[in-house]
Design a protein around this ligand. Structure first.
Ligand code: ADP
Ligand code: AMP
Length: 217
């Protein structure tokens, strides 16, 4: 299964990706996670990407596309993958199509997680993440068992630098201008399905499974 998760930042892509990846045994590939790992390891890519992430802007297409071609060429992607946060521009989507055509493959489904703007802001500003293991929480909707501590590894959880109020606004503007056009792009390919993302995390996953049951082989 080759799946793309589309939707504004904070819609719940990463949260659903974890469940989808476990249920359907496909690797969860998040460009945001790849950039953050490189930033924490201070690699040349991390040093380049940091300035864009800090400002809520997109990392340039050439850089992002190269990383993804590399990642999708790895062995664990042979039987499918789940993309979270990529593509984010029409240029990236076209590059992905070209890459997949070249290996005689195609995207099975694009899931657009649909959440009204009013909910997004609360989801993003309340998000907390574990800097050690990457687990993600929400102070109200998905709190850890012990306040401020990661359930998985007991590290202190933190707010992402780009989840503060001013950057969130910029990131939502970037989504509207650069990523939203992908909805039309994938609709015209006939692979887009809209997931109601407003319910609780489990309810949203149920909606996802209802859509994927038709294509899961
Ligand atoms: P994205 O990957 O799309 O940026 P996340 O999956 O990180 O979004 O979710 C953003 C925040 O919203 C996280 O704190 C997460 O725990 C919370 N969240 C995700 N899905 C839901 C939901 N259905 N209801 C309430 N909160 C949610
Ligand atoms: P995310 O974790 O998906 O919210 O992404 C965090 C940040 O990483 C974004 O605000 C961008 O700066 C960068 N990023 C992630 N994915 C992409 C992409 N496909 N293209 C460009 N920049 C990206």
């Amino acid at each position: 299964m080759k799946i793309i998760l589309l939707g504004p930042p904070g819609a719940g892509k990463g949260t659903q990706a974890k469940f989808i990846s476990e249920k359907y045994f496909i690797p969860h590939i998040s460009t945001g996670d790849i950039f953050r790992k490189n930033i924490s390891e201070k690699t040349p890519l991390g040093i380049e990407a940091k300035k864009y992430l800090d400002e809520g802007k997109l990392v340039p297409d050439e850089v992002t596309i190269n990383i993804m071609k590399n990642r999708l060429g790895m062995d664990d992607c042979k039987n499918g993958f789940l993309l979270d946060g990529f593509p984010r521009t029409v240029t990236q989507a076209k590059a992905l199509d070209l890459f997949l055509n070249g290996i005689d493959q195609q995207i099975d489904k694009v899931l657009l997680i649909d959440v009204p703007k009013g909910l997004i802001f609360d989801r993003m500003t309340g998000r907390r993440v574990c800097p050690s293991c990457g687990a993600s929480y929400h102070i109200k909707f998905n709190p850890p068992k012990i306040e401020g501590k990661c359930d998985v590894c007991n590290s202190d959880i933190v707010q992402r630098k780009d989840d503060t109020q001013s950057t969130v606004k910029d990131r939502l503007d970037v989504y509207d201008k650069q990523t939203e056009p992908l909805i039309g792009y994938y609709k015209s390919q006939g692979v887009l399905s809209i997931v109601n993302g407003t319910g609780e995390i489990n309810e949203v996953f149920q909606n996802v499974k209802n859509i994927l049951k038709d294509i899961h082989r």
